[in-house]
Design a protein around this ligand. Structure first.
Ligand SMILES: *Cc1c(COP(=O)(O)O)cnc(C)c1O
Length: 393
């Protein structure tokens, strides 16, 4: 049975062209780019090319790209750097729907004595810019707002949010892990100081990412060590990973328009097909301001995990919007922040596509998923009385 992979917001397939680009850097061009000899030094030129490719996708200059090990490291570096570089400012603003890489760090920083304001979202998962305006204080070091949400695909107004942050003297970071490669961007036209991306979300391998740091923005390295990355990130470079990230960014730039039409059309067919055939289904996320590859649906009166298990039997990979915390299934923090009703929040499934999905795959899911929901509803323990989700917990 062939796998139908609809979990691309969790991780993506390494593009075969990316893998081919990386291949020589394991057994042949394995030198250390910091070495004095030609054998190692030549690797440095390939790193330069990769840096230029990443920068080109963002509209940045190569010197503004710092390679990291993952999206989590980029988020941590940006947030900790902003606080460390402005020791008199101890307030941070972010949202309730960030990835744990931002949210759990923010909560950790509160324990260390920093102040935190978490912005809420409306029923579509969208932030309120007036709430952001009110949240910023004189001692706000950084506003960190994700470009696109990994669970719902909702795209935030980063330009407006960045302008508000900058007008009040705060630095602005965006976790763009889900946006890079899916949304065209030109960071030099935007009020962004830091931008995080991760390789494995855009068809590069796991274990590599990048942080954009706008030229002139005060910066403190997170990993203090050697002089790699011009002193901005110690540690011998993940050369094959960086080469792969460069190639993946080049491919993403070439494919971005095509993806926005072809992948979006597949996603729309999936979304419309399911909404039309399965009653009591709701779309989680903004109807229009949304990533072209993501659809998050809630099926009333069923458990998301049960849906995933039955999809898995058909070789279909998806994610649910619940997390198993201390033995009980809790709706995700994103769906809770959106106030999705209890009887819906438990039955949420995220389907996220990539350029490797086909029309046949989508047709198969549209054909089979309604029967799965029907089957589960016929044995569902839920009732209307349980529909009293408070949005807390
Ligand atoms: C996946 C993801 C991350 C974390 O990236 P890693 O490379 O897995 O550390 C951060 N933010 C968002 C929005 C993500 O989707």
């Amino acid at each position: 049975m062939a796998t139908i992979y609809l979990d691309n917001n969790a991780t993506t397939r390494v593009d075969p062209a990316v893998f081919e680009e990386m291949r020589p850097f394991f057994c042949d061009l394995y030198g250390n780019p910091s070495s004095m000899h030609t054998f190692g030094g030549q690797v440095g030129h390939h790193l330069d090319t990769a840096r230029e490719r990443v920068a080109a996708l963002l509209g940045a200059a190569a010197g503004e790209i710092v390679f990291t090990s993952c999206g989590t490291e980029g988020d941590s570096t940006a947030i900790r750097s902003a606080l460390e570089a402005q020791p008199d400012k101890r307030h941070l603003v972010t949202t309730k729907v960030e990835h744990p890489a931002v949210l759990n760090l923010a909560n950790h920083l509160v324990k260390k004595g920093y102040h935190l304001t978490l912005l809420g979202v409306d029923g579509d998962g969208m932030i309120d810019l007036d709430e952001l305006r009110d949240a910023i204080r004189d001692d706000t070091a950084l506003v960190s707002i994700m470009w696109a949400n990994n669970e719902t695909g909702t795209v935030f107004p980063v330009q407006e949010a960045g302008e508000i942050a900058k007008s009040r003297g705060a630095l602005f970071h965006t976790d763009a892990v889900q946006a890079v490669g899916k949304i065209p961007m030109d960071v030099h036209q935007l009020p962004i100081d830091f931008l995080t991306l991760s390789g494995h979300k855009l068809h590069a391998p796991k274990g590599v990412g990048a942080l954009y740091v706008r030229k002139g923005v005060p910066f403190r390295p997170f990993l203090v060590g050697g002089h790699q990355e011009r002193g901005r990130r110690g540690g011998t470079e993940n050369v094959p990973g960086i080469i792969g990230l460069g190639k993946a960014c080049e491919l993403a730039g070439e494919n971005i328009e095509h993806e926005n039409t072809r992948v979006r059309a597949l996603r729309d067919r999936l979304e419309r097909g399911l909404l039309a055939t399965v009653p009591d289904t709701r779309l989680n996320g903004h109807p229009t301001d949304r990533l072209p590859n993501t659809v998050n649906l809630s099926f009333k009166f069923v458990e998301g995990e049960a849906i995933l298990l039955l999809l898995d039997e058909l070789g279909i990979c998806a994610s649910s919007g619940s997390a198993c915390t201390s033995g009980s299934l809790e709706p995700s923090h994103v769906l809770r922040a959106m106030g999705v009703p209890f009887t819906y929040a438990h039955g949420s499934v995220r389907l996220s596509l990539s350029r490797f999905n086909t029309e046949e795959e989508i047709a198969f899911v549209v054909e089979r998923l309604p029967g799965i929901i029907e089957r589960l509803r016929s044995i569902s323990p839920f009732t209307e009385e349980g529909d009293a989700w408070t949005g807390e917990g």
